[in-house]
Write a protein that binds this ligand. Structure first.
Ligand code: EPZ
Length: 427
């Protein structure tokens, strides 16, 4: 199996350029279902999750073509509204096809998205919203079928500002009859990027980025061109890596405004963070102060950066308290970090990280995407060699992570290792 192997202790110096945002491009790819004709999406990263959602579109008849970082998607030949292929279950974002299929064809059938390491991941808010728009929902044999003669605009209040539910309902409402008001919605930058894409296709969406979105349905949407925003979580991950390893790294192609909570917490931890014209410069001697973190929906501190910050704080000069309020089980990385010498105790949604003098390399396992990123950061800080297994999780959300970190001086590589014999073959 492939593993990431890191020889820790190297300082990082140089530049890292950020790719298009995974959590923006996935709903935008789903939204192409709404459009007559071709859409061209630029700055699409090479990620396993992008491949998964593209193969799902192909499985229902769409024509998906990739030219470097550009996707050309034509959904005129879609011949079924049943996207029940097995790999759909693997990826939560596959459920984002439900809203567009319902809006364009009046029906959809999807596998109930699987839970994953970080929680049960229900879709009740999505379904409640579809029902409010006039859809009939039938759950059977592990799949969800929805159909509606026509969708009619409604006033919908989300019990929780769910990112996926906001996206699915915005897409469903874009072709519903009349006006839809979505209240208590998510305000993430990826919601704004999707709304911009929908409006470029001829939709009438306003208020994205606030907690109230208005959608006036239109009878038809047309394919368009769109450039995906940079990935704020990928950027935050490399900022934390540079802070942890020590050195000086310029993170290029970022929208600084999307990173305010991460910049604030890194500065609080004693990291020098300089905002420049073409990016964010991180300067660190690797010696950090403890900080308390509470994850919140945007514009609060992002849950997708919680694991990375925990790794960074393992050697901070004091005790840090981290509260995870968004997901019910997003501390899977704690046991793996403890194998490297971390002193972390968890109680429900709270983790207490106490200072340790030494973090040492070990064989560890990525349990989910951001936990894997946290283990990479820990490996950069550790004395000796760290081997990370199950790196398929990391490939879901980071394009070229090993190459990017190598380019700024990290001793990091991918090896192919036989899990029985332990024999290594450089991949
Ligand atoms: C999106 O997931 C992101 N994924 C996640 O990023 C991110 O962590 C999350 O938003 C929160 O910011 C994509 O955009 C593809 P939610 P999503 O619906 O939409 C509960 C990463 O690492 N909930 O906002 O699934 C849910 O259980 C990934 O890139 C319901 O109860 O997140 C969770 O506790 C991980 N009912 C909370 O809301 C619902 O119907 C937040 O979920 C929907 C959600």
């Amino acid at each position: 199996m492939e593993r990431i192997v890191i020889q820790g202790g190297k300082r990082l110096n140089g530049k890292i350029s950020i790719d298009g945002a995974k959590n923006a491009v996935l709903p935008i790819i789903a939204a192409t279902i709404l459009a007559k004709g071709s859409s061209q999406i630029h700055e699409v990263p090479y990620l396993a999750d992008v491949n998964t959602i593209c193969s799902m579109l192909s499985s229902i008849g769409a024509v998906v073509e990739r030219r470097n970082k550009q996707l050309i998607i034509n959904t005129n030949l879609v011949n079924t509204t049943e996207a029940t292929s097995e790999n759909a279950g693997e990826m939560r974002a596959s459920f984002l096809l439900m809203g567009p299929l319902l809006a364009r064809y009046g029906k959809a059938k999807m596998l109930l998205p699987g839970g994953c390491a970080i929680g049960s991941r229900p879709v009740d808010l999505h379904l409640k919203g579809f029902a409010a728009l006039g859809a009939e929902i039938v759950m059977e044999h592990g799949s969800i079928a929805a159909h509606a003669e026509k969708l009619v605009g409604a006033r919908i209040y989300l019990d929780f500002p769910s990112v996926g539910a906001t996206e699915n309902l915005m897409m469903a409402a874009s072709m519903a009859e009349g006006q839809t008001i979505l209240e208590n919605v998510a305000e993430e930058p990826e919601i704004v990027d999707l709304a911009n894409f929908l409006n470029n296709m001829g939709a009438r969406v306003s208020g994205a980025g606030t907690n109230l979105i208005k959608v006036t349905g239109v009878p038809e949407l047309k394919g368009c061109n769109h450039v995906v925003i940079p990935d704020r979580i990928e950027a935050g991950t490399y900022m934390a890596a540079a802070a942890a390893a020590g050195g000086e790294v310029l993170i290029e192609n970022v929208i600084i405004d999307h990173l305010k909570p991460v910049v604030a917490k890194l500065r609080e931890a004693g990291v020098v963070v300089e905002e420049e014209a073409d990016g964010i410069r991180i300067k660190s001697d690797g010696i950090l102060q403890p900080v308390d973190i509470k994850t919140m929906p945007y514009p609060g501190f992002p849950t997708d950066m919680q694991a990375q910050m925990m790794a960074l704080l393992m050697r901070a000069e004091g005790t840090s308290v981290i509260s995870e309020t968004v997901f019910e089980n997003r501390f899977m990385h704690v046991d793996e970090l403890k194998k490297m010498g971390a002193n972390i105790s968890t109680e429900g949604h709270t983790a207490v990280v106490q200072q340790v003098e030494r973090i040492t390399g070990a064989v560890v396992k990525a349990t989910d995407l951001r936990a894997g990123a946290a283990l990479v950061i820990a490996g950069l800080m550790a004395e000796g060699v760290t081997e990370i297994k199950e790196i398929k999780h990391i490939k879901r959300g980071y394009d070229g992570l090993v190459e990017k970190l190598s380019s700024v001086g990290a001793d990091i590589r991918i090896v192919e290792r036989d899990d029985e014999s332990g024999a290594e073959r450089i991949a």
